[in-house]
Design a protein around this ligand. Structure first.
Ligand code: C5J
Length: 222
């Protein structure tokens, strides 16, 4: 049976819950916790840390409805074979990917900082995608996982709105998925970038996708 979120922007979002999955992007300790990599780069982590309870509520709504929850982590192999030099050397950070950071090696699979915050930890059996890029479709099993699950609609949450969330949404949109962003379950270190990303996603008649608050998404899943 189809469900609808009448107040979604830019217009009502109609979808089939049976073919819908939640993708929670990069809610990792190094991006969200005090003393982590994000903070050492000089970012204010407060806007990103503040969404944790809302993301938890969205995850709970999907679990209660028996729908798939997929988690992603931006991280690399310990030998950095999947981290192009163009990514590792970008900018002038005091710490680079693979260096020893406040929570283990920065953005390396298996290190404490690369893992998901305890409040949002994946449940047994939930898919966890380790991705070397910003988008979750690049060089991962996500396309095959979604095909196997018969998914045609994706709801997105996580950080950061204008980087990994928007990149993944655009990848999904180009692959034919209906895309909805939970607007209060995503955040950026730069609130003005979040606002701009939301606006550009829903511009021109949902050119990338729709947005709606978590409470409305949860209501539609009941
Ligand atoms: C994510 C980043 N997850 N901003 N990474 O958005 O580099």
């Amino acid at each position: 049976m189809m469900a609808v979120i009448p107040s979604a922007e830019p217009f009502a979002f109609e979808f089939d819950p049976e073919k819908t999955a939640l993708v929670v992007i990069d809610m990792q300790r190094d991006f969200l916790e005090p003393g982590g990599f994000g903070e050492t780069l000089g970012n204010d982590i407060a806007p990103c840390a503040a969404i944790v309870p809302t993301v938890a509520a969205l995850i709970a709504a999907f679990r209660d409805a028996g729908l798939p929850v997929i988690h992603t982590r931006e991280c690399h192999a310990p030998d950095l074979s999947d981290c192009p030099p163009a990514k590792r050397t970008r900018g002038r950070p005091s710490l680079r990917i693979g260096d020893e950071g406040p929570m283990g090696r920065i953005l390396i699979a298996g290190e404490p900082g690369a893992d998901i915050v305890p409040e949002l930890y994946p449940a047994e059996g939930e898919i966890v995608i380790d991705k070397p890029g910003k988008g979750a479709f690049y060089a991962t099993s996500l396309p095959d996982d979604l095909a196997r699950l018969g998914i045609d609609t994706l709801v997105f949450a996580g950080v950061t709105t204008e980087v990994c969330v928007q990149t993944t949404m655009r990848e999904a949109n180009d692959r034919g998925f209906l895309c909805l962003l939970a607007e209060d379950a995503t955040a950026s270190y730069f609130p003005e970038f979040k606002a701009a990303a939301l606006a550009m996603i829903r511009a021109q008649g949902a050119i990338v996708g729709w947005t709606a608050p978590t409470a409305k998404i949860a209501e539609a899943l009941q």
